[in-house]
Design a protein around this ligand. Structure first.
Ligand code: ATP
Ligand code: MG
Length: 332
């Protein structure tokens, strides 16, 4: 079975509806066709300023939310990056075959360091893409489901894999990005021209998956639409309404056209009320499942330890081969 690998940073107290629809629902679907590795990149999360206690708690919440979303810890390998030391070990080797100029062309560094300026950004933020390459290559992953914004990092990963293979002998699978065209991108509820985002959206622009159902429903009901009244899917002229239709479709599995037909002749308010109920129900269930998992930390710890063990069973032979190819002397 081909392997798939993906992760979502634990950089907020909860994932949001965009992460749920754009990432987790997809990850759940991929479990059937692929041997899936899903991880929480806590080591990536320390590349910018952060609070250690918050990171630890967010890592637990992230793990619980993955499972609450339907990622099955039996079928898929769910783990925390820092519990698998091979990621960092491989990253060093990859950094030594990455050109400084090549790394400097990564646009995420430019985006994420624009707040502080490049001089005060960490070297870790700069080398982030090589750690990401290690995350992928250590599992010999075939496919990596990512958003459009990560395409450049996948391209770097492919280049590094090919370069290493060429210089030191066939070692890595060269991965393909898995960018599904129809995967919905969810927009900010208050500014539907920008994406729903952990770092950029204001509190009313995002539905957090741990919002209480009333709050979540209210955010949907007060979503910004336009001054017209016709419910139709037209992202260019009606970004707000179109976003609500996208969310409606993603959560019910019904085609957008069918929803448009159902609301034919009705007001925006009707659509909002109906969607608010769907979203309210979703976060109610999702929140309850997440909290139940968080209530039993010993069980969650055991689950993650088991995931890390299964991950290492794949990562460790890859690292051993890389060390051997790199000319390191083996412990005997
Ligand atoms: P940040 O603002 O810190 O980058 P984010 O909200 O963009 O956070 P990420 O951790 O970057 O979230 O992304 C995790 C996963 O969720 C990725 O697979 C990404 O493609 C997906 N994702 C993030 N935001 C959206 C969105 N608005 N719509 C659909 N998918 C999304
Ligand atoms: Mg992002």
């Amino acid at each position: 079975q081909p392997r798939v690998l993906s992760g979502a940073q634990p950089t907020a107290d909860s994932y949001h509806l965009g992460n749920y629809i754009g990432a987790f629902k997809q990850w759940v679907a991929l479990q059937d066709e692929f041997e899936a590795f899903y991880f929480i990149p806590d080591m990536h999360a320390i590349t910018v300023e952060y609070d250690p206690a918050a990171l630890r708690e967010r890592t637990y919440i992230a793990a619980a939310q993955l499972i609450a979303a339907g990622v099955d810890p039996e079928r898929s390998v769910i783990f925390v990056q820092s519990q698998v030391p091979e990621h960092a070990q491989l990253a060093w080797v990859l950094q030594c075959i990455t050109g400084f100029g090549e790394a400097s062309r990564m646009t995420q560094f430019k985006d994420k360091s624009s707040k502080t300026g490049a001089d005060s950004a960490s070297v870790g933020l700069f080398t982030y893409p090589t750690l990401m390459a290690a995350d992928i290559l250590i599992y010999q992953a075939d496919r990596v489901p990512v958003g459009e914004d990560q395409r450049q990092h996948i391209e770097l990963t492919r280049n590094l894999a090919q370069r290493f293979n060429h210089r030191f002998g066939e070692t890595f699978t060269v991965p393909e990005p898995h960018i599904v065209k129809d995967i919905a991108k969810i927009y900010d509820l208050q500014d539907p021209t920008g994406k729903m985002s952990k770092s950029f959206s204001g509190p009313n622009g995002v539905v957090n998956m741990l919002d209480d159902p009333k709050t979540a429903a209210k955010k949907i009901r007060s979503a910004v639409t336009d001054s017209g009244s016709e419910i139709r899917f037209d992202p260019e002229n009606k970004p707000g309404v179109s976003n609500l239709l996208t969310i409606f479709s993603a959560l019910t599995g019904r085609p957008v056209d069918a929803i448009v037909t159902e609301f034919d002749g009705q007001q925006y308010g009707h659509l909002k009320v109906a969607l608010a109920e769907i979203v309210g129900d979703l976060v109610r269930d999702f929140g309850a499942r997440t909290r139940a998992l968080l209530d039993d930390r010993a069980e969650l710890d055991a689950l993650l330890a088991r995931g890390a063990e299964r991950a290492r069973a794949v990562a460790s032979p890859t690292l051993e081969l890389v060390y051997e190819r790199s000319g390191f002397v083996k412990v005997r």
